[in-house]
Ligand binder design. Structure first.
Ligand SMILES: [Zn+2]
Length: 202
């Protein structure tokens, strides 16, 4: 979007002014590593999470809930669940839910990037459809974030950990056998030396 120098309209639900928590985020004052200040009442906190809790307890009335502008509502359409847990879902694809999310996704694309607003808007519209909306099918051939490397990397870690688990016992068995070999070898030497010493005086 920055590359295209495209300005989102406020009708778009992804516009930053439509973010419910934006006002709160702007009232977080980070003065020091261990010091967060509330922008509404100047109270100080050691950690950001306590400030978040304070916002919830004391300043919940500052949240602009008039438009129901929670971005989490759009999660179904935008695959936040894919980002939040990378484990593949075992549940069967629900065609009705997929169609509903796909429809919501397309309407998002239409409001955020109206095709009649010039070439860059239509390019972004197309990109948005390909990246987010096309995955709302039950055919299973398309996955969101086609360029994501997350899944491949986790598979790589699994393979590495299995290899390590297999090699560790082999390594210990090898060491055990090696040490036993040395010990029996020295015992043989002792036996040999003892028998030669016994034989000497005669
Ligand atoms: Zn406060």
């Amino acid at each position: 979007m920055e590359k295209e120098r495209y300005q989102l309209s406020t009708n778009c639900r992804l516009h930053h002014e439509n973010n419910l928590y934006r006002d709160q985020e702007q009232h977080k004052i980070h003065t020091d590593i261990n010091e967060w200040k509330c922008g509404y009442c100047r109270k100080r906190f050691y950690e950001e999470k306590y400030l978040d809790k304070h916002f919830d307890n004391r300043h919940y009335d500052m949240l602009n809930t008039s438009h129901g502008r929670c971005l989490a509502d759009l999660c179904g359409a935008l695959h936040c669940d894919y980002v939040m847990d990378s484990t593949p879902k075992k549940s069967k694809c629900n065609p009705a839910a997929a169609a509903r999310n796909g429809h919501l996704c397309e309407s998002l694309a239409d409001t955020c990037f109206p095709v009649n607003q010039g070439p860059s808007a239509s390019r972004l519209h197309e990109f948005f459809l390909r990246q987010f909306c096309d995955a709302h099918t039950c055919s299973g051939s398309r996955k969101p974030f086609s360029r994501g490397r997350r899944k491949r990397r986790s598979a790589f870690y699994i393979v590495i950990s299995i290899l390590v688990l297999l090699l560790l016992p082999l390594f210990y068995i090898f060491i055990y056998l090696y040490q036993r070999g040395i010990r029996s070898g020295t015992q043989d030497l002792k036996r040999i030396s003892r028998t030669t010493r016994k034989k000497k005086p005669s």
